[in-house]
Design a protein around this ligand. Structure first.
Ligand SMILES: Nc1ncnc2c1ncn2[C@@H]1O[C@H](COP(=O)(O)OP(=O)(O)OP(=O)(O)O)[C@@H](O)[C@H]1O
Ligand SMILES: [Mg+2]
Length: 579
């Protein structure tokens, strides 16, 4: 709840104004029964028409003040609550951006979506409900009892006792249902996860004719969620009827004992109406707050779930006391780019096995460097550690002789343009993807890059060309088209190292060859790193490393490796390059 405490401290002004107007509103609400008792006792009973007029005017004024203060109070409370969620969203986005991919995956996308949306909304809704429903109830109860004591101390015992019984019932119910309330959000996470997988994997589910099984899976989690809510509702179900029964008992008792007192001339008749009004208003307020109270632990859980994400700090950080980016960029610019891996070792967090073992190589500007190896040999991991998506365990990665760890993260990443193994294009327009890092790219430049990335022909054949719509995840494009668009996005970035992780795998041989020919010219002063499975794709590279089980088993040109490296020879045989 630290985020809420900090937020309250920062916004104590708005909150105090909200509380002030709420209190005024409560006073106004409770001033009405007192006036009703006056109108009956002093106006009607004493046949004083002036008194009836003046009290009626007072009641209208109180009503206006009550409504106005209510509106103002709601305004401040809403402002306080919506700004709280706005701030949380901002903080969540900022923190998630700084976390490593693995840290984000630890939470899971489904859970993060729920935390960002549902949890945040819960917090907002319940802060409003707390101020509007729960906070005024005890104030109302205290004032009502106080006013009733003033009118008749003995009759005050009836609402006092009732309120205590009802408050006790609320506390007991809350206590009994708490374990179930605390489970709600986790169950919602699970439901979102199953739903997400069902939608994302819809094609596979249908192709495997697995719809029924998946539907049952969803129904099961939905049922768990429902069952949990049914248990909570059952526990709270007793409260409302109990409150209404108590209300009737209170009215009957007050009228009965009040009538006795009126007959004994120890109470005026109007006071009975006022006492009934006070008791009913207070019990009604308590019913409302009991309904909201059930949701309160959920709000606490929701705020804690948001806090849980905010409390995680990135495992990959800039060194302290770094200078401006421009300082490092100037140093890097002094020589043509060079990249060295010096005895790099790495293992994924919590894993026993090292995924990179003593990886050493050097590449310089103008060179085309390739990494080949069987699936799972650690190729993509080299890309990840170079980008510092994961930090290495030992060894060094040097860019122009500067340790990557000594560079600001964004300066390091500015040096590299990366095409990930799984082509992902962003929703919006095709040109938004081209302008992803280069906002000022001209149409001519865009056409040039599209031609190099072998994507111009299919873009040009679309009715809206570069303005064509890209659906979420690029599902309205084929695998090969997505790959080419993702290459084009990488080429649109002005960098020094271009890193393609298995980015040509969905291209046919002819397109692959054309693309590589274009790249050779376009990236002639840069470092080009191509990770591939297909040897044809990397046969013309200046230097190739062969990875096997996390280690480099050979380094050289295509020809050299064909003559000397057993793994390379086997890969060549399996691809029909060697007999
Ligand atoms: N986030 C991760 N956490 C734990 N282990 C991982 C993670 N990512 C990859 N690995 C493991 O690291 C090993 C190397 O993975 P990597 O993705 O580098 O292989 P690759 O050579 O790129 O394979 P492919 O050709 O199939 O893309 C694999 O055995 C994999 O199980
Ligand atoms: Mg890979």
């Amino acid at each position: 709840m630290k985020i809420l405490r900090t937020y309250i401290k920062e916004n104590i002004g708005i909150l105090s104004l909200g509380a002030l107007f709420l209190t005024l509103n409560t006073f106004a609400t409770l001033a009405i029964p007192f006036q009703i008792s006056n109108i009956i006792n002093l106006g009607i009973m004493k046949k004083d028409i002036d008194m009836v007029y003046s009290t009626s005017i007072k009641m209208v004024i109180i009503l206006i003040v009550g409504t106005a203060t209510g509106i103002i109070a709601n305004h401040f409370v809403a402002l306080f609550a919506t700004n709280f969620t706005k701030k949380n969203r901002k903080l969540l986005i900022r923190n998630l951006e700084s976390l490593t991919v693995d840290q984000v995956n630890d939470f899971g996308v489904a859970s993060l979506v729920t935390r960002m949306g549902n949890d945040n909304n819960n917090a907002q809704r319940l802060i409003v409900a707390f101020f509007q429903m729960i906070l005024p109830s005890p104030i109302m109860a205290v004032i009502s009892i106080f006013m009733t004591i003033k009118l008749s101390p003995t009759l005050a015992l009836i609402p006092l006792f009732t309120i205590l019984v009802f408050a006790l019932a609320i506390v007991l119910t809350l206590f009994k249902s708490l374990p179930y309330i605390l489970k709600v959000q986790k169950k919602l996470d699970r439901m979102t996860l199953v739903l997400r997988e069902r939608f994302i994997g819809a094609k596979i589910i249908r192709a495997f004719d697995n719809s029924k099984k998946e539907r049952d899976k969803f129904n099961d989690v939905a049922q768990e969620y429902t069952d949990n809510y049914i248990i909570i509702n059952k526990k709270f179900a007793l409260l409302s009827p109990m409150a209404f029964a108590l209300m009737s008992i209170v009215i009957t008792l007050i009228i009965f004992f009040g009538a006795m007192k009126v007959l004994n001339n120890t109470l005026e008749i109007g006071s009975i109406t006022a006492i009934v009004e006070y008791s009913l208003t207070t019990i009604a307020a308590l019913i409302m707050s009991s309904m909201v109270l059930v949701q309160m632990p959920k709000a606490v859980v929701s705020i804690e779930r948001i806090e849980e994400v905010l409390n995680v700090t990135s495992e990959i950080k800039d060194k302290e006391e770094l200078k401006d980016n421009s300082y490092y960029e100037d140093i890097l610019k002094q020589n043509p780019i060079s990249l060295t891996f010096d005895n790099v070792c790495f293992r994924y967090k919590g894993a026993e096995k090292q995924i990179l073992k003593n990886i050493s190589f050097s590449v310089k500007a103008g060179e085309r460097f390739a990494i080949v190896g069987a699936t799972g040999s650690g190729k993509s991991t080299i890309a990840k550690v170079l980008l510092r998506l994961n930090d290495i365990e030992s060894g060094r990665i040097l860019i122009n002789g500067v340790d990557a760890l000594d560079l600001p993260l964004n300066c390091l990443r500015n040096q590299i343009s990366y095409t990930p193994q799984k082509a992902y294009i962003f929703s919006g327009k095709i040109k938004d993807n081209f302008r992803f890092t280069n906002k000022n790219m001209t149409d001519e430049e865009m056409i040039k890059i599209a031609k190099i990335a072998q994507s111009y022909d299919f873009i040009d054949s679309l009715p809206d060309k570069f303005d064509s719509f890209v659906a979420q995840g690029g599902i309205n494009f084929s695998g090969g088209q997505k790959q080419r668009l993702s290459i084009a996005r990488a080429l649109s970035k002005d960098a020094n190292i271009y890193l393609f992780d298995d980015s040509f795998s969905a291209l046919d041989y002819a397109t692959d060859a054309k693309l590589r020919k274009e790249l050779k010219t376009f990236l002639k002063d840069k470092i080009t790193i191509i990770i591939a499975q297909r040897l044809n794709t990397i046969a013309d590279a200046d230097k190739i490393i062969v990875l096997k089980d996390s280690e480099i088993t050979g380094m050289g040109t295509h020809q050299e490796l064909l003559e000397s490296n057993q793994e390379y020879i086997e890969l060549a045989k399996s691809q029909g390059i060697l007999e």
